[in-house]
Design a protein. Structure first.
Length: 364
């Protein structure tokens, strides 16, 4: 595996069909969109595809830079059925005859899929510690991540873009961006009409949940915020989340003194992006939703506690972060003393959060 020298390397002219592999979480997919634009601009008139985890592809289906979105699926059934499914999927990948495959993470599955793609040039980030010995054999080249010499807060966008910059792929537009198709917009309008949500920008989306309990703020506190939004500003709220979080959303709503719409588990990822794009403001905890909202152009307020906001929070003047006033923040731990709960978030009160919301609304 050859390490690419960015000072001398030029993307071969025969590279006209590129596959990006991004098998990270939803937020990682959103943060990859500037890299998608950078890769497309490097091959004018060429083709660009991306491979993401199962269920995430709908977020990118309307992206004008992409010709195809693949999902790395897990096939049900016995071993034979799983094997048939995987071989069929790999056949679809190989049939695209990619000239270049770039794995944007360091996982085993991405390495295998890079090799299985059949692309003659296969690139990964240069990294030697803690990886299986066989991984380098899946690639022909590696890149040492390169910054652009400007020190500024840009989060994971820069971390991902640095991997492809040695290949001559770069962009000055570092803002993550998601597109919502006309079909999804129509579906979202039908969902909102059924829920009697009113017109766009008339409500605020709330996401109280994370798959990690140590990032959550507390149901009763969210109910206080929702009540304040209605009583003080006359703004209704829509709670979003996964299907598994729907009952928890109902628990929040039972504590509210106004009608709240529960869309948890009622939308696809693409429809969620559509809902968020129509909201006046998004308020939530550290999860995928703030990234999706910001990428559709909606202002956000995100509550952080033990996790670091600096590398991951949405960037820009329309996006705010609320941090508990404790010296240990951020501690990067999954709860205090292994409890799964964070005292910093337990002690953060609605009285500390509401003024930030008030200021954000006054600026809209």
């Amino acid at each position: 595996m050859k390490i690419i020298d960015p000072s001398t390397y030029k993307l071969p002219s025969q590279v006209r069909n590129i596959l990006l592999i991004q098998l990270g979480d939803i937020g990682d997919v959103v943060w990859t969109t500037p890299t998608i634009r950078a890769a497309k601009s490097a091959i004018p008139g060429g083709k660009l595809s991306i491979l993401v985890r199962e269920g995430f592809g709908s977020l990118l289906e309307a992206d004008p830079s992409l010709d195809r979105v693949f999902e790395a699926k897990h096939y049900p059934g016995n071993l034979f059925r799983q094997a048939v499914g995987q071989f069929t999927f790999l056949g679809e990948i190989r049939a695209r005859h990619f000239d270049l495959a770039v794995d944007l993470r360091l996982g085993d599955r991405g390495a295998f899929l890079s090799l299985a793609s059949g692309a003659p040039i296969r690139v990964t980030m240069h990294h030697t510690e803690g990886l299986p010995f066989w991984r380098p054999f899946c690639f022909t080249h590696s890149t040492v991540p390169v910054g652009d010499g400007v020190i500024r807060h840009r989060g994971a966008t820069e971390q991902i873009l640095r991997i492809v910059r040695p290949l001559g792929m770069d962009t000055q537009d570092l803002s993550p961006r998601l597109w919502v198709s006309d079909a999804v917009k129509k579906s979202v309008r039908e969902i909102l009409s059924r829920e009697k949500a009113g017109g766009q920008k008339q409500w605020i989306t709330i996401n109280p949940f994370s798959r990690w309990s140590h990032k959550e703020w507390g149901e009763s506190k969210w109910a206080e915020v929702i009540n304040w939004l209605w009583k003080d500003r006359g703004i209704p709220s829509i709670i979003i989340g996964s299907a598994e979080e729907r009952q928890r959303a109902e628990a929040v709503i039972r504590q509210c003194e106004t009608q709240v719409i529960n869309l948890a588990g009622q939308t696809t990822l693409a429809e969620l992006a559509g809902v968020l794009s129509l909201s006046r403001l998004h308020i939530g905890v550290d999860s995928a939703a703030p990234h999706i909202a910001a990428a559709t152009g909606v202002p956000t307020i995100t509550i952080y506690g033990p996790s670091s906001w600096f590398d991951w929070a949405p960037v820009g003047k329309d996006h705010r972060v609320i941090l508990p006033e404790m010296d240990c923040v951020p501690c990067h731990k999954k709860g205090c003393d292994g409890s799964g709960h964070s005292r910093c978030l337990d002690e953060l009160t609605p009285e500390q959060v509401i003024p930030v919301i008030r200021e954000a609304l006054d600026r809209l």
